[in-house]
Every structure is written in C-alpha cells, then in structure tokens.
Design a protein around this ligand. Structure first.
Ligand code: C2E
Ligand code: MG
Ligand code: MG
Ligand code: MG
Length: 291
C-alpha cells in the first residue's frame, strides 16, 4: 500500500496500481461473482437546488464483500476498468438504476437519476444504442436518465467519444461533467463535450469557506459554466457555511452530506416522500434564530 496526501492533508491509502497482484486478481474474481449473485447494490444521493427542490439523484455503487467488508468504489472500479469487467459493471448499474427509476415513476415519484460511466464505456462500440434500448425496455423516458462522465473520455480516440456522446444526447439523455477541476479542465474539452451540467469536484468545495484561492476557482468555474449555458452542481457540501458561499457564488445545486449521504433505495423513497413538494429544508438549528 502506498500513502498519498489529498488536498486537505488527510492520508489516503491506495492499493498499488500494478496490475496482477494476487490481491487484485482475487478481488476481480470476487467482483465478477458478486455481480452475478446480485451482491452489488446502488445507493442514491440527492442533488438539491438552493430553493430546496430535488434536482435529481446520483446512483453510487456499493459492494460489501463477504470477508473484506465494504470495498470503496474507487478501488474496485479501477480494477474493473483495467480488467475488461467495466462494461459488465456498467450494464449492471444501468439495469438496476433504470429498474428503480421505473419503480419510482410507478409510485408517482418522478426524479431523474444520474449514473456514472467510465471512459471505457463511452468507447465501447454500440454503447449509445444499448442505453437507448435499455431505456425503452424499462419504459423510462431518456430525460429521466443522466450520465456522469469525466474529461478522461477524451484521452483516447476523442472522435469516437464525441460520436457516442452525440448519439446519447440525440436520444435525449443528459450528460454531466463530473469531478471538474481535477483533470485537464481545458476549455477545449468543455466545448467538445455535449454536457448540460458541470460538477465542481469536492476537493475545491471542501475548503471553500476558508481558502480564498479555492473560492476564486469555484467563482470562475461557475461563471464559465454559466456563460456556456451549463448548470453547476457542487459536490461534497458538508456544512452550512459552504452551502451559503455556493449560493452566493451563483451555483445552481448542491450534493453532499449536509443534505444527505447516499442512501439505500427504500430509505431514498422515504426521503423523497418526506420532502414532498416542499423540497429539502436546511435544519432549523442552522438557520438564523427568529426574533
Ligand atoms: P463521484 O461520482 O464524484 O461521486 C461522489 C463521491 O463523493 C461519492 O463517493 C460520494 O459518496 C462522495 N460524497 C458525497 N457527498 C459527500 C460529502 O459531503 N463529503 C464527502 N467527503 N464525500 C461525499 P463514492 O460513492 O465512494 O464513489 C467514489 C467514486 O466512484 C465516484 O465519484 C465515481 O467516480 C465512482 N463510482 C461510484 N459509483 C459508480 C458506478 O456505478 N459506476 C462508475 N463507473 N463509477 C462509479
Ligand atoms: Mg459522479
Ligand atoms: Mg464527482
Ligand atoms: Mg469523484
């Protein structure tokens, strides 16, 4: 294991990326079996606008390994990516998410769901058509699905990636650019990708209230995104002060533990129902005292 420090100075342990250690092979085999046995679940995290309206939910994959316990998605997704299992994982996630969307719609809960897709998926021939077929099979309109991509999709064969994304948006699927600020964040990328939403990476949001440079980066990103007609979502919002700063900077929506962590489906249903048409309200304790 290798220790790395993230921007907040917290140590993060990462499995070494070298490919064929027995540990990785073991985990890969286990993941394959877990998918077949439906032991991988999706949790859902709300994206809310500043008026409290629920803009959508992000599906986040969860795997509890029978012996190792919770395996962080970042870890097994890297393994799936480098082993060729990614298309299978993505099919599984899309299938599960669309099944859930259909269920919610049948209960009168019309909330769009975002699914994370990897660069590998975008480069899989026929991906756009396969997504459209899956939507049709579940009777879910394309507008109820959003796909979160990262700038990494443009690293290899940008033309093919652009064609696939154009195909998807042609069907009416909305695209969101995830983790903005961590990759190349080039204006060329933004112009090339047919996205309607940009998500500011958590690493800039985390210290927004105390770090003036991060605040400036967020301000510029919001302005840039708006000038391109994109919606801006901030991820990783954990406290009130950050929420207020983001609102003042003109950000459109937030996602983070302040609102809710990713929840299992039943809990998400209860959460959505409890919000009703009033939307999400900040806890009263956090609001200025009424006099
Ligand atoms: P992401 O798409 O950027 O997802 C946001 C991550 O931030 C999630 O981590 C979420 O649980 C976490 N998060 C949300 N709010 C907060 C907060 O307030 N504070 C903090 N500290 N963290 C927060 P998670 O679920 O561990 O997922 C990590 C990454 O794994 C995701 O980053 C995404 O890139 C990937 N991932 C997750 N599910 C899938 C999937 O189904 N398919 C693919 N291809 N990738 C996935
Ligand atoms: Mg995401
Ligand atoms: Mg993200
Ligand atoms: Mg991320």
């Amino acid at each position: 294991y290798q220790a790395k420090r993230d921007r907040t100075g917290v140590e993060v342990y990462e499995s070494k990326r070298d490919s064929n250690t027995p540990d990785r092979l073991g985990l890969l085999g286990d993941l394959r079996r877990a998918l077949d046995a439906h032991e991988v679940d999706l949790h859902y995290q709300p994206k809310v606008r500043f008026d409290g309206q629920v803009a959508g939910l992000e599906a986040l994959v969860r795997w509890v390994h029978p012996e190792r316990g919770k395996v962080p998605p970042d870890e097994f997704i890297a393994i799936a990516e480098s082993s060729g299992l990614m298309p299978h994982l993505t099919e599984y996630v899309l299938e599960t998410a669309l099944g859930q969307v259909a269920k919610w719609r049948a209960q009168g809960l019309h909330v769009p769901v975002a699914v994370n897709v990897s660069p590998r998926d975008v480069h899989t021939p026929g991906f756009a058509g396969a997504v459209a077929a899956r939507l049709a099979r579940h009777g879910v309109p394309a507008g109820a699905l959003q796909l979160e991509i990262t700038e990494h999709v443009l690293l290899e064969d940008p033309q093919r990636a652009a064609d696939t994304l154009a195909g998807l948006t042609g069907y009416g699927v909305k695209m969101s650019l995830d983790d903005f600020g961590t990759g190349y964040s080039s204006l060329v990328h933004l112009r090339r990708l047919p996205v309607s939403e940009l998500k500011i990476d958590r690493s800039f949001v985390a210290r927004l209230a105390v770090d003036t440079e991060d605040a400036e980066i967020v301000r510029c990103t919001v302005d840039l995104a708006h000038s391109l007609g994109l919606l801006v979502v901030a991820e990783g919002v954990e406290d009130d002060e950050t929420w207020e700063r983001l609102r003042d900077l003109g950000c459109d929506a937030v996602q983070g533990w302040l609102v809710a962590a990713a929840m299992p489906p039943e809990e998400t249903t209860a959460w959505l129902r409890a919000r009703g048409s009033r939307g999400w309200q900040r806890p009263a304790a956090a609001l200025p005292a009424a006099t």
